[in-house]
Design a protein around this ligand. Structure first.
Ligand code: GDG
Length: 495
């Protein structure tokens, strides 16, 4: 069973007013769709429409169980606590997090509803995989209701350093909520380390590498299960929880297959032609989010035009900024800032025949995204903080021609693996400009060499491997066997 804030569907209304459901795009969905289709799964989540009670339904072979949310809960639990408290806090307070007690109350109530729904619908001894920062209290609530379940949790976004995390007025409750899981997955080693530190500081529990020892009877009073109960060095009974990195990936073969289709390659040529066949096309693809560093990238690009290092005759930037969280004020402000900057740069440097920046505030079909990836000579991923960043991996998987240069922020989780990219610090505008110029003039041989190495990595560590590794750790944990060695072959944390 999967439990996530959103079910992997969107409601579509046809011209004659008929409503139906279609699979929706997005990071989590892109990652789990292939797993669920092959594993006879049940998915618990919100269908994305407030104030409606929906019966369970099926889509593409996956059973979906909708959890209802009222309009007020969407405001307080989702837009408020999840996206205006936790999101900025967990992304290094790039924007100031707001701490509102009524948002927290809604977060607790909604987490309880998700836990109740999952407890009701899961078979005896089932494995339940809870996802992301919106549902951090669910593992504990679920364990209390159903001690027979094996519970996994995966955090798709970073887990912040303790100095930042400790600002959260409800920092203890969240840690206790997460510790209800048997396995807690993070994107990066550093995230797992930050979590272990928070556990030590707030709860005083012992951690040994990725193993956390939770004293029995303190946080686990109702557990009738004696799975992985051992004796601690101090002699008390403890439950062990595994908290470590499971870097997420993509369905790389699907991107490869799409990029090999003649009609998508033709569309890529068409895009190049429509842009006036410039020497270099740079591309950014992001949800319009302040964590993605879109402003920093525009600043660097604008300065290169201003100082004459590049000209609109030769280089153009395509920025897809898909609409996101538009009811949250910080996101509205961001949109205004980005669009002001794009307007200024285009006003100053575009000519009648060449546009400096093609700014597209739309969502596109996946086929069009792949065509854009194929058309782009340089891909810009300049996140200020990002759990992983799937776009970087999608670009690489799509480059079946072994060409193209990836500029990648070291603050994105993907930079742990994609070492052959041009790694940058997005705050260092000079460094970013240098990387852009280097990418533009990189010889074909070096581009191919780097891209081949990147592709090998992404095609090997794909999403199937990610979910298999997580589920393997979860299954082993059900048998009281916590692996100390990372299943993907990464080294375990030093003790
Ligand atoms: C979170 C974490 C982590 C975007 N615009 C369109 C579109 N997309 C797709 C991309 C990609 C996905 O959405 C975005 O994934 P990212 O990983 O880049 O970023 P987040 O949305 O912030 O995701 C992140 C991820 O969860 C998974 O764990 O990597 O760090 O923040 O797949 O292609 N897809 C389509 N049209 C668009 O316009 N079809």
């Amino acid at each position: 069973m999967i439990v996530s804030n959103r079910l992997p569907v969107d409601r579509a209304v046809s011209d004659d007013g008929e409503a139906s459901w279609r699979p929706s795009p997005g990071g989590l969905v892109a990652a789990l769709e292939p797993v669920m289709r092959t594993q006879d799964g049940v998915w618990v989540g919100w269908a994305g429409v407030a104030d409606e009670h929906l019966e369970p339904f099926e889509i593409d072979g996956i059973d979906l169980i909708p959890v209802p949310l009222s309009e007020q809960e969407v405001e307080n639990y989702y837009e408020g606590f999840s996206n205006d408290t936790l999101w900025p806090l967990y992304h290094d307070v790039i924007a100031p997090p707001k701490f509102r007690r009524e948002w927290w109350d809604a977060y607790v109530a909604v987490n309880q509803r998700f836990a109740d729904e999952a407890a009701r619908a899961s078979a005896h001894g089932a494995a339940v995989w809870v996802h992301d920062y919106q549902l951090q209290l669910v593992p504990k609530m679920l364990r209390e209701a159903r001690p027979d379940l094996v519970i996994g949790f995966f955090n798709h976004i970073p887990f912040p350093p303790y100095g930042i995390y400790s600002q959260l007025p409800w920092r203890r409750q969240i840690i206790e909520g997460l510790l209800g899981a048997d396995v807690i997955g993070f994107q990066r080693l550093a995230d797992a380390g930050n979590f272990a530190r928070a556990v030590r500081r707030l709860k005083g529990y012992d951690t040994r590498g990725p193993i956390i020892e939770v004293p029995i009877g303190v946080d686990d009073p109702t557990s009738g299960s004696h799975r992985h109960v051992t004796r601690s060095r101090q002699g008390g009974l403890v439950r062990t929880v595994l908290a470590m990195q499971f870097p997420i990936s993509i369905d790389a073969h699907m991107y490869e297959e799409m990029a090999s289709r003649p009609e998508i390659q033709e569309r890529a040529r068409q895009i190049r032609q429509d842009l006036g066949n410039p020497k270099t096309i740079m591309l950014g693809v992001d949800r319009l989010d302040y964590t993605k560093g879109i402003g920093h990238r525009l600043e660097a690009f604008g300065e290169l035009l201003a100082d004459g290092s590049i000209s609109v005759d030769d280089v153009t930037l395509v920025q897809v900024a898909s609409p996101s969280r538009e009811r949250v004020e910080t996101y509205r402000q961001l949109r205004d800032e980005i669009e002001l900057t794009v307007g200024r740069i285009n006003g100053d440097y575009s000519s009648i025949s060449h546009t400096a920046i093609s700014y597209l505030h739309h969502g596109y079909p996946r086929e069009e995204m792949v065509a854009l990836y194929l058309a782009a000579d340089v891909m810009l991923v300049t996140a200020l903080r990002d759990g992983m960043n799937l776009v970087a991996k999608e670009y690489v998987a799509s480059r079946v021609d072994d060409d193209g240069v990836l500029i990648l922020s070291e603050f994105a989780g993907a930079s742990d693996e994609l070492r052959q990219a041009l790694l940058i610090n997005p705050h260092d505008i000079e460094g970013l400009k240098d990387a852009m110029l280097r990418a533009i003039s990189m010889p074909k041989r070096e581009r191919s060499r780097r891209m081949r190495a990147l592709r090998k990595r992404v095609l090997t560590n794909d999403v199937a491997r990610w979910s298999a590794a997580f589920l393997d750790a979860l299954t082993r944990s059900a048998h009281g066997d916590h692996p100390l060695q990372h299943p993907l072959g990464h080294e375990s944390r030093e003790r």
